[in-house]
Design a protein. Structure first.
Ligand code: JHZ
Ligand code: ZN
Length: 415
């Protein structure tokens, strides 16, 4: 499973249960890394690219990609993702913190840890409320941004070993947040074991991860990239936590990122109806069996053809097209569909760390969002479709002047 010096390894067994019955049901080809943005368009230096194959474990139901790219390559070097550029995400995070402060009676004597704390977008809410926190994140830029706003941050990958070290220093958490990180770690079991070590006996881990059901049902195949090693069902998660003496006691559905789960995980077993009902639902729909996944490849191919045909038709009619959101998922979309500079003039993004760089693989330039009103392209392909409402509201002027958006999933459509 682990890679010391190698750029990547191909897994032969399940990341969670170690079983060897893993069946590949989707092959997206070889794609460049989604969060590694080329600085220059003439940069001849070849971008590293890796296979993107998705498999189902017949033993524990976990959906996973089979290639593990070295995390140091994926996250440490100029990682451009900063959480704080979406207002919707900031609101979502603030509500989550407030809810936990109230539910758990957190105060100056409590301790909240976030794994993959990024730029402090979530923990800052606890800091404001006078609650001690520690962020843990391996990406230098975002971690420095967190420190700057008063969120103490340890520059590290979280692991079982780090949890052990913190515990030796008398650090144990009332609340551990882990948002959009469980799917990112190569040592899935080590990470969960670390949570079990760091949690107080009566503490709670609050974990968010995209849910595999909407990914399949809404053809959100662009959320598949090398950072996302796992695509979770509640069935697979329940087994993963139990292996480490943790219990998934409550689950909530969230609309963020195309449909996510928020999991409440504790040391004591107190499984609520939200969990048992969801596992029953997954069984009824067959989410715990390979058949559910077998049509996905054909559905993805259909979407790719439809989108490519639409963009070529618009372009052939003389229309100009730009794109919105230099999102990681955008990198998968443009590289698997083959959307290059012949179709898209530029991509806009509010994240200043992405502006001036280029989309992976296709090397489409990334500009600030003001470029939309300056150039007034006829169409804008929304790569960050998960924030469509926020983007439409913010780009009211572009739309009032006649601009139109193209939303790629679940079916390409113009709005
Ligand atoms: P966004 C991220 O993936 C990061 P990405 C990560 N890979 C992960 O796991 C998933 O989320 C769950 C920009 N934007 O967040 C910001 C605007 O410019 O959907 C981002 O660059 N203006 C760890 O990268 C991009 O769009 C706006 O108004 O696929 C959105 O990327 C808004 C709302 C966003 O996910
Ligand atoms: Zn398994």
């Amino acid at each position: 499973m682990m890679i010391a010096g190698a750029a990547s390894v191909t897994e032969q067994v399940c990341r969670s249960c170690g079983g060897s019955h893993i069946d590949t049901f989707l092959k997206l080809g070889t794609t460049p890394l989604a969060d590694r943005l080329p600085v220059s368009v003439d940069d001849d230096q070849e971008e590293p690219a890796f296979p993107l194959n998705v498999a189902f474990c017949c033993d524990c139901s976990l959906v996973q990609i089979t290639e593990t790219v070295n995390p140091r390559i994926l996250f440490a070097d100029a990682y451009p993702y900063y959480s704080s550029f979406s207002q919707a995400l900031l609101r979502h995070s603030r509500d989550n913190a407030r809810d936990l402060i109230e539910r758990r009676n957190l105060d100056a004597n409590s301790f909240v840890v976030e794994l993959a704390s990024n730029d402090g977008y979530l923990l800052k809410n606890y800091v404001e409320a006078g609650i001690p926190v520690l962020g843990i994140d391996p990406a230098e830029g975002p971690a420095a941004a967190a420190e700057k706003i008063g969120v103490p941050t340890r520059l590290a990958f979280f692991s079982r070993e780090l949890a052990e070290k913190l515990r030796q220093q008398e650090m144990r958490a009332d609340v551990i947040h882990a948002n959009n990180v469980l799917a990112h770690v190569a040592d899935t079991n080590g990470f969960v074991a670390g949570i079990a070590r760091l949690l107080k006996d009566d503490g709670v881990a609050v974990i968010e991860a995209p849910y595999v059901e909407p990914m399949i049902d809404h053809c959100e195949f662009d959320t598949i990239y090398h950072e996302h090693l796992c695509y979770f069902s509640v069935t697979a998660l329940d087994k993963l936590f139990r292996r480490h003496g943790l219990y998934l006691n409550e689950v909530k559905h969230l609309s963020i990122h195309g449909g996510s789960l928020r999991l409440y995980v504790e040391m004591r077993e107190h499984v609520g109806a939200s969990v048992t009902n969801q596992i029953a639902h997954e069984r009824a729909r067959g989410i715990d069996a390979i058949d559910y996944y077998l049509d996905f490849s054909a559905t993805v191919d259909k979407l790719k053809v439809e989108l490519s045909t639409l963009l070529h038709r618009l372009k052939a009619s003389g229309a100009s097209i730009a794109a919105y959101g230099a999102a990681a998922k955008g990198a998968t979309l443009i590289n698997t569909v083959g959307i290059g500079r012949d179709l898209i003039d530029f991509v806009v993004d509010r994240n200043i760390h992405k502006q001036g760089k280029h989309m992976p693989g296709q090397k489409i330039p990334i500009r600030s969002t003001e470029a939309l009103l300056e150039a007034q392209p006829d169409y804008v392909l929304v790569l960050a479709w998960n924030f469509l409402d926020e983007i439409m509201e913010q780009q009211a002027e572009y739309r009032a002047r006649g601009g139109k958006f193209i939303v790629p999933v679940p079916n390409p459509r113009i709005v």
